[in-house]
Each structure stands twice: as structure tokens, then as C-alpha cells.
Design a protein around this ligand. Structure first.
Ligand SMILES: Cc1cc2nc3c(=O)[nH]c(=O)nc-3n(C[C@H](O)[C@H](O)[C@H](O)COP(=O)(O)OP(=O)(O)OC[C@H]3O[C@@H](n4cnc5c(N)ncnc54)[C@H](O)[C@@H]3O)c2cc1C
Length: 390
């Protein structure tokens, strides 16, 4: 331990990042959150503000022109954006998700080409793993990539792709050797402008309405050989390693939206009067508030501990990523539901932000693997004897 490092606390740099992101979000993200939800439109103002402040893809290394944020700093950015608007938080989160397979498996040439564009704000990155028949059973890929001369031809349908249509770049998983199941899957970079790429209608969703979710259609899409990420047949391995790191960003979204709901409810219970006093004076509500704050803090600590493991690449990252995502998203659902309760009938209306937060929180229990899948992952790790290094 070093004398100048406070014990078990955020560094000054991490605290400064939180303050800087919060200032951007207070000014340029939160004011548009209700409108973005109501109109189910892309949060363009948030996107532009995040690009201008270099928080749109903070994980990209400095050598590619990025901010070079470590895993914990990236989590703090996503948490703060989600506190203001979960839809907008999918911009930094999915930019990491889409580009991480390139970072994990890609050649130096591929990284230099795409990460520099991502960092410069010249195009977002999406991640195309899911398909109509490949949800929790993600290895059941029907999209095919076949060698053709010095390139590849891709055919298939990707479903539920976040930022589809908005992103310029897509990491696409496709079967290259169907007999080898997960070891026959490869990963490619596809560009929006590639001939044969098109998009389905935006899904009509319960929450995160500002985050576009569409199908991606690949119809005889011909790409050069250098768009293969890493080695043929290793795509599924890159995709799963990616999720180990990015499930922590979903946990961050969950912590952020829960904190946003608690902060709003705290202000409300001090103002709203019933029986001649602020409703926050009632012990029944104080106990709810205490539980909300306690659960959020537990989720945050677990998420930050997992981020440390992501940064170091610890052996217990898979367990911690799944545990943080599962725990924090369950907390987000409980806390946002309780925030609606604290506002009574007003909480149930769109005049107040907590019903949006409750709808937005739900997705964190579903994507990047449902919470049932996270429990499968955790149990496997525990049964295999992977121990926490604490
Ligand atoms: C808004 C949104 C955005 C998304 N963004 C992306 C994206 O950008 N890229 C991408 O690739 N995917 C994305 N997804 C897909 C998402 O990751 C999947 O929806 C998720 O993994 C679940 O797959 P599924 O919907 O097919 O559900 P299914 O796999 O059909 O699951 C249905 C139910 O069965 C349960 N279940 C399934 N298998 C088991 C089992 N073995 N044991 C116990 N229970 C089980 C599940 O937990 C769930 O409750 C997104 C989804 C949504 C809704």
C-alpha cells in the first residue's frame, strides 16, 4: 500500500471524472431525457455533448486518440450518464461493447483503423451477437460467413442490435464452420456503408426508448479479408470475453438509474406534505429510503470491485462481472419501483421522471445475458472452484 493512496476509496482522478461527467449530464443530458423517452428518438443532444467532452467512448486508449479511461473510470462515466438518462448511457456502454472484440482479438492495423474513428466521434460501434434463434443460447448462430476469393461473404439476420442504423461500425459474429459449433464462430467488422447491409424497423419498447434497437440484415455482404477480427474460429471466445468486461457497464447503468431515482425521491419526500408534515418524516418511508440507499451502495461497491478485476484481468472476473450485473440490476428494479411508490399517484405519471426510470431499469435484468444466465455463469464459476482473490 502506498501512503498517498487513500485506503479503499476512489482516487482523486476518479472523483474528478465523476464531477466532470455529472456537470455535462446536468446541463446536456438530463434536460432532454423526458422528451427523448416521449418521442422515442435518439438522444442526439446527449451524443453531441458526450463527443464534445470525450465521454462517448472513454475506454479507447490514448494511442488511438481516446481518453484512455480505465475500467473503473469508464464505469463511473456510464453510471453518471445513466443517472440522468439510461438511453444516453448506451452510447458509451455500447461503444465499449462493440469495439472490445477488436481490442481483445484484432490486429494492430484493425485497431488503429477503427478505434481512432470511434475515439474521434466519427462513428459509433455496435455489437451483433443476438439472432432470432440465438438469445441465451448465443452459440446457436445462423448467420454465415463464407470465404470468397480474398474476402468473406456474410448472410443472415442479427436481432436486438443497439444503435443499429446510428452506428457506422458493427462487430458481427457469424458461423464459419457450422460443424464446430462455438469453435466455428468468427468475428468481423462490418460497416454501415457496406453493400447489402440494411436495418429493420425500430423495436417499440417498454423502456430505454431513446436507444434504437433494430434488426441488422446482411444480404450477401462482401468484405475484405482484413475485416476478420483476430483468428478464424475464435469469434465466440472474443464475444464471451467481451461480456465479462462489459457486464460491469450494465451494472453501472443499474447503479446510475437507481441513484437517479433515489435522488429525485429524496427531494420529493421533503416537499410533499400530508397529515400536516413532509411525508419524509414518516418512519415507514424512512425505512424504505434507508433500504434503497443501502442496496445502491452495496451494488456500487460490487460494481467498482468488478471494474478493478476487469482492469487487472483477474481470474475471478467472470464471476464478478456476472454477480455485479445481476445484483445491481435487481437492485435497480427494486429501488426504482420503490421510488414510484414514494411519489404515490404522481410517481405513476409521466410528469415525474421515476416511472421512466422504473421502465428503463428493467432492461438491465435482461440484456448482456438475462439474470438467469448470470446465475448459471456464477454457479459454474463457483463449482469450478474459482475463488475471489479478496
Ligand atoms: C433493448 C435490447 C437491446 C439489446 N441489445 C443487444 C445488442 O446490442 N447486441 C446483441 O447482440 N444483443 C442485444 N440484445 C439481446 C439480449 O442480449 C437478449 O435479448 C438476451 O440475451 C436474452 O435473449 P432472448 O431475448 O432471446 O431470450 P431467451 O433466451 O429466449 O430467454 C427467455 C427466458 O428464458 C430464460 N432462459 C433461457 N435459457 C435459460 C436457461 N438455460 N436456464 C434458465 N432460464 C433460461 C431467460 O432467462 C428468459 O427469462 C438486446 C436486447 C434488448 C431487449
Amino acid at each position: 500500500m502506498t501512503a498517498d493512496q487513500p485506503m479503499y476509496a476512489l482516487s482523486e482522478e476518479h472523483q474528478a471524472i465523476r464531477e466532470a461527467v455529472r456537470a455535462v449530464c446536468d446541463a446536456k443530458v438530463a434536460p432532454y431525457a423526458a422528451e427523448v423517452d416521449e418521442e422515442a428518438r435518439f438522444p442526439q443532444e446527449a451524443h453531441d455533448a458526450l463527443v464534445a467532452s470525450d465521454f462517448h467512448a472513454p475506454h479507447v486508449a490514448e494511442q488511438y486518440g481516446g481518453a484512455g479511461a480505465d475500467a473503473l473510470a469508464t464505469v463511473i462515466v456510464i453510471e453518471e450518464v445513466a443517472r440522468a438518462d439510461v438511453s444516453a448511457s448506451l452510447i458509451p456502454a455500447v461503444n465499449k461493447l462493440g469495439s472490445l472484440p477488436v481490442i481483445i482479438g484484432g490486429s494492430e492495423e484493425l485497431k488503429a483503423r477503427y478505434l481512432s474513428k470511434l475515439a474521434a466521434g466519427d462513428g459509433m460501434f455496435s455489437y451483433c451477437l443476438s439472432e432470432p434463434e440465438a438469445g441465451s443460447d448465443a452459440a446457436n448462430q445462423k448467420t454465415r460467413a463464407v470465404r470468397d476469393g480474398d474476402g468473406w461473404v456474410l448472410n443472415g439476420t442479427k436481432r436486438w442490435i443497439t444503435n443499429a442504423g446510428e452506428s457506422e461500425f458493427y462487430t458481427v459474429l457469424a458461423m464459419t464452420d457450422p460443424d464446430s459449433r462455438s469453435r466455428g464462430i468468427s468475428a468481423f467488422v462490418v460497416e454501415k456503408s457496406d453493400e447489402g447491409v440494411s436495418f429493420g424497423a425500430p423495436e417499440k419498447k417498454l423502456g430505454i426508448k431513446g436507444s434504437p434497437t433494430r434488426e441488422v440484415y446482411l444480404d450477401k455482404v462482401r468484405i475484405p479479408a482484413d475485416r476478420l477480427i483476430g483468428e478464424e474460429g475464435k469469434g465466440f471466445e472474443y464475444a464471451m470475453k467481451t461480456l465479462d468486461h462489459t457486464r460491469i457497464t450494465i451494472a453501472a447503468q443499474a447503479v446510475g438509474v437507481a441513484q437517479g431515482a433515489l435522488d429525485y425521491a429524496l427531494g420529493y419526500v421533503k416537499e410533499r406534505q400530508q397529515f400536516g408534515k413532509p411525508i419524509g418524516d414518516f418512519q415507514g418511508l424512512q425505512f424504505m429510503i434507508a433500504d434503497m440507499g443501502m442496496k445502491i451502495e452495496a451494488a456500487r461497491q460490487m460494481t467498482y470491485a468488478a471494474a478493478g478485476r476487469s482492469e487487472r484481468g483477474d481470474a475471478d472476473l467472470t464471476f464478478f462481472g456476472a454477480a455485479a450485473k445481476c445484483f445491481a440490476s435487481d437492485v435497480a428494479m427494486q429501488v426504482t419501483t420503490d421510488a414510484v411508490q414514494l411519489l404515490g399517484g404522481y410517481g405513476f405519471t409521466r410528469d415525474y421522471p421515476v416511472e421512466r426510470m422504473m421502465r428503463d431499469a428493467k432492461i438491465t435484468q435482461i440484456y448482456e445475458g438475462t439474470n438467469q444466465v448470470q446465475r448459471i455463469v456464477m454457479a459454474r464459476q463457483l463449482l469450478a472452484g474459482v475463488q475471489s482473490d479478496l
